[in-house]
Structures are given as C-alpha cells and as structure tokens.
Design a protein around this ligand. Structure first.
Ligand code: GLU
Length: 318
C-alpha cells in the first residue's frame, strides 16, 4: 500500500499527466509476474501477460497514452457499466425492483447469495445482476446486441468496435455457471425472456474488445454528469449519472470494492480481461490494462497504477 503524498504539481490545468503516467507505468511494470492471467475462459488465457497500457482522456479533450494503450483487449465485466447505463436510461428507478444496490462481498458468480436473496441479484455488476440487465434490454430492443454496439460506438467515438466472436464462443462453451444463474433467476421469475437469448446478449457484451484509450474516452460521459463531452448529448439524467458512479464506487471491483475505494478513491469498473477504468468527476477518465489478475480478479498492475495515479496527483473524489 502506498501512503498518500502531497500532490506534486499545482492546479489540474498544469498537471503533467504524461510524466505522471511514465512514473506510474514503471512501478506497474514491476508488478508483472505477481498475478495470474484468467484462464477459465480459454480465449483469455492466450493474451500475453507482458501487456501494459494506460490511457487518460480529459474533459478538455487531451489524451495521454502509455505502452499498449491503443491495443484492444477483452473488456469483459467493464461492459456491465455500458449495459447498465442503457437499461437505467430506459427503465429509470423501476430497474431497482429487479436488481439490488448493495456491494456483494462475494465472488462475482456466487449462486449461494442469489438463492438466499430469492433471485434478486445484489447489484448490477455481479454476473447475475448484469444478466438481469441483459434481460431488461431484450424488453426494449429487437436486437440488443446492435443496440450495445451503437451505444459503445457513440460513447467511445470509435465505430470500428465489433464483438470478438472467438471470445464470445469461448464464453458460451464455458459459461455453465452463468447459465445456472440465469436459469435459477428464471425459475424465480426475474428473467422474462428465453434464457438462451439473455445469455447470448450477456456473452456478447463480455466479448467486446476495446483499448484503454477507447475505454477512457467512453467513460468521460460518466465524469461529465451524463453528458457526452463531444456532442453535448445527454445520455443519463444528472441523478442517474450520480447513481451510476455511486454503484461503480461501491460495487465496481468484485469483492475488493472496499479496498479499491480505500486505496484509489475513484468510481470505476474492472474486468477479468485485466482492464480497469475509473473516473474523476469534472476532470478525466483513466484506463489501465495488464492481464494478470490478483486473487480477487482485478488487474494486479492496473490496481497499483490507479492507486499511484491518485497518490501522485492528489486527486480523488474524497
Ligand atoms: N464473461 C465473464 C463471466 O461472465 C465476465 C467476468 C468478469 O469480467 O467479471 O464469467
């Protein structure tokens, strides 16, 4: 753990993000070798553990990049933020009748907790919660997969992002536990569409490849209170944007969310592909990618990179 230091630069306008990125990256590189690349989805196991990328996008339109920041990787659970934003914008507060708002403190794919809580997932970022969100999208879109792609294109400004079919197939072949969660919720009335259709949406969203740069750019809308910085289009109401950020802070990092809030102090989301993205309201989004994960399923080097970022800049939401 790194102790908080005084910010080493003046105002944000003068913050030398590029130099800070270089310092962070050096420290993060030393973490490589300490974690383990996810292998329960075979297509993920093929990624080189040496990859390391970091990107910062600011609301002033600046980009700061390091290493493999422009190489697409499997965003996995980070996609849960995009689908939640879509479902929340469509359903409003009604959504919370079907999915809870409490941190889980349990692994992201726990069946025990779901049984205990009668088929209402603890929060929208555990797998069961995101599967319910996929079911909600099926109630609004003829083809939610196209809807998800269009949404991600709009937020990231990159229209070339497409589903990775190999990862998607790998998810289907190994996603027995996700199927169990979905069938279980179906039996309790919290899945309204055919389970295969719901899983198909969920497995596709997890199989989106995006780079750190694209992710940071896409998350700027959450740093900007729900308004797309480039066009001024409102995606979420002010209140929805606040709530989505609150869920990221409390539930965005599996059962390590408390420690992430403690060490980093930013709302964000991670995925088992080794990506992490976080935001500083009114200022920026930062994304890091390093495929080796710690025992909680969060990127070993990515967590350190974000911790160092808030320590060296003195910026956090607290
Ligand atoms: N597709 C993965 C699964 O459902 C997502 C895991 C994650 O990134 O948390 O198992």
């Amino acid at each position: 753990m790194i102790d908080s230091a005084a910010p080493d630069t003046g105002t944000n306008d003068k913050m030398d993000y590029q130099r800070i990125l270089e310092d962070i990256a050096r420290a993060a590189q030393a973490e490589i070798g300490k974690g383990k690349v996810a292998d329960y989805i075979p297509a993920l196991a093929r990624v080189s553990p040496q990859k390391l990328g970091i990107a910062i996008e600011t609301l002033r339109g600046e980009s700061f990049l390091w290493g493999d920041a422009e190489e697409p990787f499997s965003i996995q659970s980070i996609s849960k933020v995009f689908t939640l934003a879509m479902a929340f914008a469509l359903e409003g507060e009604k959504l919370w009748q079907r999915v809870g708002l409490e941190p889980s403190g349990n692994p992201f794919n726990s069946l025990v907790q779901l049984e205990y809580e009668k088929g209402i997932p603890r929060n929208p970022f555990i797998n069961a919660g995101s599967i319910v969100v996929a079911d909600v999208l099926l109630g609004h879109y003829k083809d939610p997969k196209t809807g998800i792609l269009e949404f991600v294109h709009k937020l990231s400004g990159s229209s070339d992002i497409q589903f990775d079919k190999e990862v998607m197939r790998s998810e289907w072949e190994t996603g027995h536990r996700n199927a169990a969660l979905a069938y279980f919720m179906k039996s309790l009335g919290n899945i309204h569409h055919p389970v295969e259709d719901v899983l198909n949406v969920y497995f596709h969203q997890c199989a989106l490849p995006m780079s750190c740069r694209q992710l940071a750019k896409a998350f700027l809308v959450f740093a900007n209170h729900g308004i797309l910085p480039d066009t001024g289009e409102r995606i979420l109401t002010l209140s929805q944007a606040k709530r989505l950020n609150a869920i990221m802070l409390t539930c965005g990092f599996y059962d390590e969310a408390g420690e992430f809030a403690f060490r980093v102090g930013l709302p964000g989301k991670s995925g088992v592909g080794g990506g992490i993205v976080a935001i500083i309201p009114n200022e920026l989004a930062i994304a890091a990618w390093s495929p080796e994960l710690n025992e909680h399923g969060n990127s070993q080097a990515g967590i350190l990179a974000l911790e160092l970022f808030t320590t060296l800049t003195g910026m956090s939401i607290f």
